[in-house]
Design a protein around this ligand. Structure first.
Ligand SMILES: [Zn+2]
Length: 216
């Protein structure tokens, strides 16, 4: 995907004619800061629609974690911001394993080396297909996290309780095998907000538009 070697202008701008902040963002939620990249010319390739919205400290965290954001990233994946993946609602009832202790037999690949619990994985594949069909690209950056992976994240980022940025071990929705983090354009986020529910997925953490969890 193309890089834009232009010098960023003072005003952040969105890749399309839409405003830089999606109109669907509730007024009282923290709005991820658009990247200070120039607006591509109209008619630019579709990846131009994928401009980084959430960067800043999150990107730094990602770098620290070894995540690599694609240059076309819209909504950056987490790594720990706001206790990334911290369960804010009751765990889904179909889970029969403890957080972070799902056996391999209970997990299904959703691509890019990531896995979800079987039922969420099946639903996610349908969701992802529909997302693509609607013209939106995405990249899965994280999904199921074992206890060890959660511990690793806490070791790197610290827990929220300690002023860090990672969800406490054993409380992440990622440990349930129900949550997926994606790199998304804002258009894709808007599409998900309108359609993900049909596939059982919900934006469960308001500060983390990259984080979608299966809640059915
Ligand atoms: Zn997440």
């Amino acid at each position: 995907m193309p890089n834009h070697p232009h010098t960023p202008p003072p005003a952040p701008s969105a890749p399309t004619s839409r405003s830089s902040v999606p109109p669907t963002v509730p007024p009282n939620r923290p709005v991820p800061r658009p990247a200070p990249t120039p607006a591509p010319k109209s008619g630019a390739v579709s990846w131009d629609a994928f401009k980084v919205i959430v960067i800043g400290t999150v990107a730094a965290l990602l770098a620290a974690l070894g995540y690599v954001l694609t240059s076309g990233g819209g909504v950056a994946n987490d790594g720990g911001a706001k206790g990334e993946g911290a369960t804010q609602s009751a765990p889904v009832s179909h889970e029969k394993y403890k957080n972070g202790e799902l056996p391999h037999s209970a997990l299904t690949s959703i691509g890019n080396g990531h896995q979800l619990a079987k039922k969420p994985a099946k639903a996610f594949k349908k969701l992802a297909k529909a997302l693509k069909a609607a013209g939106h690209d995405y990249a899965v950056n994280s999904a199921y996290r074992s206890l060890d992976e959660q511990k690793d994240l806490v070791a790197k980022l610290g827990t929220l309780d300690d002023g860090g940025r990672a969800a406490k071990v054993g409380t992440s929705e990622h440990g349930l095998g129900t949550a997926v983090d994606m790199t998304l354009s804002w258009e894709a986020v808007e599409w998900l907000r309108a359609n993900a529910g049909k596939y059982g997925f919900k934006e469960t953490i308001s500060e983390e538009p990259w984080h979608w969890a299966y809640v059915n």
